[in-house]
Design a protein around this ligand. Structure first.
Ligand SMILES: NC(=O)C1=CN([C@@H]2O[C@H](COP(=O)(O)OP(=O)(O)OC[C@H]3O[C@@H](n4cnc5c(N)ncnc54)[C@H](OP(=O)(O)O)[C@@H]3O)[C@@H](O)[C@H]2O)C=CC1
Ligand SMILES: O=C(O)CCC(=O)C(=O)O
Ligand SMILES: [Mg+2]
Length: 737
């Protein structure tokens, strides 16, 4: 890491496909920004980097790393923060275990991840792993609300080059099943913290056997925060899952479960485990003890269970038999036999449901064929969005990306808003009793009667975050002048509290007539109606729907959420520019390793880069930086118009080729602008060198395509090996260098 005093932009170091792309693209950015005197530094928020930082006390000096995530957590609260954030792995336990294994093999003294820690040391290590697990990065960096939309050029490109869509038929058997009672949605209690109640609250379980267990002390509640508590009844969940399996069997569809085990890292792995247990119920009934003894924990997924059962043929045969008689499972990879229930983080609802909807309601079955799918979404808080989307497809057919309008999103995300901030206050209840949330002044804010195994949680959202979100919505609606809907349900406890702030704020701003307020299901139908007419709608939503909708609509409109502009206006004045709205595409890494082709599209990085530079230019009133920003925008446009984005197959252009063309067009634009004669002079030389050597560079970039490559690791790759693969053109490197 460079001298922090001279850092202008932080570009995050992450994992998987986006990190491979950075190996090629970041040297180009640094070279171009360097010409304007800017220093682009990196901070490591990768899974491997976070593990190394957490256990640095056990490592050699050469292996140690700073806790870059903690440093960035401070940075985003400073007014001059300017961060380009790429997607990083939010690790499930199987991913975490694999990363640890890889680091150990590379000579790092990282302890094993222990399922059931029994000594103080194991418990201390486990606490460190728990902090690294799941969506551990985004909540720390996202100190602002979210503004996600497709840039105009990106949207019109998608309309002119529509991606493939599956066909929907009115008699598709695909549907959503959700609980609708005894779940998080129906048990929710919500309140706004008063001045007297503010301060450290307490969460207590008074057991039916007469004991008091303190689940949490020092739960900091601020005046004006909306605080929710709720729980999922495990008894109702088990009955629901049993029934869902039977209904799926009767329908003759695939069984698929959709959760967010990464972002809801405490609750959703438990829900996932219940689903695995329900699906394999006959095996657990017969062999429960032997499976527990082997560590075949359903929360970790069928994949880990099968590994741990090793060669226990009797149980393995039994599992096989049950898989055969149950409804067929929706497959993550039917060639490799990886099911929906194998790894909790393989089926992430924000990406998995849109993919089914884009595909005409189809999923892949164990026979490698497409089939209608029953989509099991246990909690009913947001399930009706997907239900209504499916109904809309059945009634009106697939969305046409050539003519569809667009949905933008303004999401309430700042300061660990809503459910995504609830991990430290989520508990699997050890014993039947009553859970109470008690404010600092002793007021009881909520009380829930629970049973052993129920999942209880509390989430809070600060008034400052809510007010900032409403302001952002008002200013974006003003800028677009289009339809804008607050996706809030007056009949849901939490939303009703938000509405007590939203309605007066809109009135006060004189904007009430420019916004509608609709429950999520109705808003879904209305929004599809709007975009089917080619118009724009702004969805103003809470944190979870921010996540869901910014994959759902982009995947239908653009084919992927990787192309989205994703801006987080930090509440303390800085800017966080996320690259796209999607994930880190593990399949793309596999293709690179096997065929030396990286189909990752860096359009998200391109648009984030110009936004970050624009922000900096504005802040410093610096024409040189503005020239860089506008040049980057022109280069992005040239990539789109020239159809220079990566293709899916080896032999086509890949990620590296697109970076070369980006550099070429960026240099061209800079050589032609008149904001900075100095930059024009410098980049006319760069442009001349790149264009004169174009054929050589293109040939060098394509050498070795089709052959397997070695990156020296998966989670912790070897920088020299990666650079060799991702920067194969000596000519380009020399010009850029
Ligand atoms: N902001 C963040 O930090 C986020 C992180 N994640 C993490 O990412 C990992 C993978 O998540 P997953 O849900 O599979 O999502 P991904 O977005 O990685 O994958 C879904 C599919 O989207 C397509 N895709 C995504 N990005 C691109 C791109 N830049 N160019 C071209 N195609 C793209 C790919 O389709 P195809 O294979 O057809 O080419 C890919 O397989 C997980 O570890 C998850 O926790 C997930 C979401 C956001
Ligand atoms: O933090 C994560 O795990 C994923 C984030 C995500 O999906 C999103 O913000 O859209
Ligand atoms: Mg998402």
């Amino acid at each position: 890491m460079d001298d922090p005093k001279s850092v202008d932009i932080i570009y995050t170091k992450v994992d998987e496909a986006p990190e491979l792309a950075s190996a090629s693209f970041l040297p180009i950015i640094r070279s171009f920004a360097g010409a304007a005197g800017l220093n682009v530094a990196t901070r490591d928020i990768s899974l491997a980097g976070r593990i190394i930082a957490a256990f640095s006390d056990r490592l050699t000096d050469a292996q140690k790393q700073d806790d870059d995530l903690a440093i960035m957590g401070q940075l985003v609260k400073k007014p001059d923060a300017n961060v380009i954030k790429l997607p990083n792995i939010s690790a499930s336990v199987p991913q975490l275990v694999a990363a640890v294994k890889e680091l150990q093999a590379q000579g790092y003294d990282i302890p094993d991840y222990v399922d059931n820690p029994s000594t103080d040391e194991e418990r201390a290590n486990r606490a460190k792993f728990d902090a690294v697990k799941g969506s551990a990065v985004n909540p720390v960096l996202r100190e602002g609300n979210s503004d996600r939309r497709a840039a105009k050029a990106v949207k019109s490109y998608a309309q002119n080059h529509p991606h493939s869509m599956g066909t929907w038929s009115a008699d598709s058997k695909t549907r959503v099943l959700t609980m609708g009672h005894d779940d998080f949605r129906s048990n929710e209690v919500s309140t706004i913290v008063t001045a007297e109640q503010a301060g450290p609250a307490k969460i207590e379980l008074k057991t039916d056997s007469g004991n008091t267990i303190t689940l949490k002390e020092g739960y900091a509640l601020k005046e004006g925060s909306v605080v929710d508590t709720t729980f999922m009844s495990v008894r109702a969940l088990q009955a629901f899952l049993k029934d869902a399996i039977e209904k799926t069997k009767a329908d003759g569809t695939l069984f698929s479960l959709h959760l967010k085990a990464t972002m809801m890292k405490v609750s959703d792995p438990i829900l996932f485990g219940h689903a695995v247990r329900a699906y394999l119920a006959p095996v657990f009934e017969k062999h429960g003890d032997a499976m527990a003894a082997a560590g075949a924990d359903p929360n970790l997924g069928l994949g880990t269970m099968l590994d741990r059962l090793g060669s226990d043929q009797a149980i393995l045969d039994e599992i096989k038999a049950v898989l055969n008689e149950r409804p067929p499972l929706y497959m993550v990879n039917s060639d490799k036999g990886i099911t929906n229930l194998h790894v909790p983080s393989d089926v992430i609802i924000d990406a998995s449901m849109p993919s089914i909807i884009r595909g005409g309601g189809k999923g892949w079955g164990p026979d490698g064929k497409e089939a209608d799918t029953t989509c099991v979404i246990p909690d009913s808080s947001y399930a009706d969005v997907y239900e209504q989307a499916i109904e809309d497809m059945k009634a009106n057919g697939a969305l046409n990306p050539a003519t569809a309008g667009t949905v933008q999103n303004i999401g309430l995300m700042a300061q660990k808003a809503e459910e995504y901030g609830s991990h430290p206050t989520t508990f699997e209840i050890p014993e039947a009793g009553t859970v109470r949330l008690i404010a600092a002044n002793g007021d009881e804010l909520s009380s829930h009667k629970v049973e052993a195994g129920d999942i209880w949680r509390s989430a809070s959202t600060t008034r400052a975050a809510i007010e900032d979100w409403i302001k952002l919505a008002i200013s974006r609606q003003k800028a677009e002048g289009c339809e804008a809907i607050f996706w809030l349900n007056a009949d849901r406890a939490h939303d009703a509290q938000l509405l007590t702030m939203v309605r007066p704020a809109l009135e006060q701003a004189g904007a009430a007539d420019r916004f509608q307020i609709m429950a999520p299901g109705a808003a879904t139908t209305a929004t599809f109606d709007t975009i089917r007419q080619g118009k724009t709608s702004i969805a103003v939503t809470g944190n979870v729907l921010r996540d869901y909708l910014t994959d759902l609509f982009p995947i239908l409109e653009l084919g992927t959420s990787a192309k989205m502009l994703s801006i987080v206006k930090l509440m303390d004045g800085g800017g966080l520019f996320e690259t796209g709205a999607g994930g880190s595409a593990p399949k793309h890494v596999q293709q690179l390793v096997e065929q030396n082709h990286l189909r990752w599209d860096s359009l998200g990085e391109f648009t984030a880069l110009s936004e970050s530079l624009k922000f900096l230019a504005d802040e410093r009133n610096d024409p040189k930086i503005l020239a860089l920003a506008e040049g980057a925008e022109a280069a992005t446009q040239a990539i789109l118009e020239g159809e220079l984005s990566p293709g899916r197959k080896v032999g086509q252009n890949d990620n590296r080729d697109s970076h070369f063309h980006f550099a070429l067009n960026w240099a061209k634009a800079l050589s032609e602008q008149d904001r900075s004669p100095e930059l024009a002079e410098h980049f006319s030389q760069v442009y001349a060198a790149l264009s004169e050597n174009r054929e050589t560079i293109e040939r060098e970039l394509k050498e070795g395509r089709g052959q397997a490559v070695d990156l020296g690791g998966y989670y912790h790759t070897d920088p020299a090996k990666t650079a060799k693969v991702m920067r194969p053109s000596a000519t380009l490197n020399e010009i850029i260098g």
